[in-house]
Write a protein that binds this ligand. Structure first.
Ligand code: P6P
Length: 331
């Protein structure tokens, strides 16, 4: 039986490959790993205790806040704050960014973390997989000064790390620091993450397309024509439509099997639904690191300079040949 590598061992073994390897990013990743375990514990028993169901509040997105949303947001903020490495956080659950001056109020944190603490949370009550998405940048403002908005409005190409935790039939942490994508699965018996998917590569093409066809009539012509292409009965098609309504799960499946995930803009949502900073950018970083492509239909997602922290963006990502075929329908 081959040696099992834990996430902790992997981070240490690969620390030197990270250009700024001072161990601080590793400590931050370890914090996210711990929070992921705590959220996993609650998600796994969501049906058993009175932790599901909305708390009656709505978040900044105007969406009903599920209790697990609040729990996950608190746990990840706590884990990040306790490590004194980050100087600020953006969360889908919070209107504005949080400044982390540090336990000594020195404002010396080198990184900022942007996250969707529990993406797809409307699926919690019906036992469908949900996920945490995170994105990490080095701050732009000088150490020792308070974090500022511009620290969070960097293009995705400046990310130093990104990843997700998918709370599914098994719980996995998948991340990149710019040297490929690796997946770690929690062993429930020990509570440790073990390297289970080394150096993930997205197949350059596939037969799965993921989109909410309920919005079809509102889609731009290019997207409609690509969907008709996917459904056309010839050569390698029709493809299979697989759409869970939880992007982390849809993306994870497509990354392993090949496929394309689409959340277009439409007549109702002029800029689509997904958030650029803590949904599209981290998934785009993983996509490119795994050999795929991520675009807003015309521009590379990671080239887009954000203008505000909760801005939405049309989002298409996955197998490079499928994304390029879609783009040909936009031309
Ligand atoms: P719709 C979940 O709310 C999410 O942000 C993604 O995880 C998911 O792919 C999408 O929205 C689902 O949106 O409009 O198809 O229900």
């Amino acid at each position: 039986m081959e040696k099992l590598t834990t996430l902790g061992e992997f981070i240490i073994e690969n620390q030197s490959s990270f250009p700024y390897s001072t161990g601080e990013l590793s400590k931050l990743l370890n914090g996210l790993r711990l929070a992921g375990k705590m959220v996993n514990h609650e998600v796994n028993k969501a049906g058993l205790v009175d932790i599901i169901g909305g708390v009656g509040d709505v978040n900044v997105q105007g969406e009903n806040q599920q209790k697990l949303d609040v729990f996950a947001n608190d746990k990840f903020i706590q884990a990040i704050k306790n490590r004194d490495i980050a100087c600020g956080i953006v969360s889908e659950e919070l209107e504005d960014f949080i400044a982390l001056p540090g336990s000594d109020a020195s404002n010396n944190g080198k990184y900022v973390v942007l996250m969707d603490p529990l993406d797809g949370s409307s699926n919690i009550d019906v036992n469908v997989s949900v996920g945490t998405i995170f994105s990490i940048y080095r701050r732009l403002t000088p150490k020792g000064t308070p974090v500022e908005l511009k620290d969070f409005l960097q293009p995705g190409s400046a990310q130093v790390a990104a990843g997700y935790i998918v709370y599914g039939t098994s719980t996995m942490l998948v991340y990149t620091t710019g040297n490929g994508v690796n997946g770690f699965t929690i062993n429930p018996a020990t509570g440790s993450y073990y390297l289970s998917h080394a150096n993930i590569q997205i197949p350059e093409t596939g037969s799965i397309y993921s989109v909410n066809l309920g919005n079809y009539v509102h889609f731009p012509e290019g997207v409609k024509n690509y969907i008709k292409y996917c459904q056309k009965d010839e050569n390698d098609r029709p493809y299979s439509l697989r759409y869970i309504g939880s992007m982390v799960s849809d993306f994870h499946r497509n990354m392993l099997k090949g496929g394309i995930y689409m959340y277009p803009f439409d007549a109702k949502n002029k800029n689509g639904k997904l958030r650029l900073l803590y949904e599209a950018n981290p998934i785009a970083f993983l996509t490119e690191q795994a050999g795929g492509k991520a675009t807003d239909g015309s521009k590379r997602i990671m080239d887009i300079v954000p203008s505000e922290i909760h801005q939405r963006i049309p989002f298409f990502c996955g197998s490079v040949k499928m994304v390029e075929k879609l783009e040909s329908f936009f031309e």
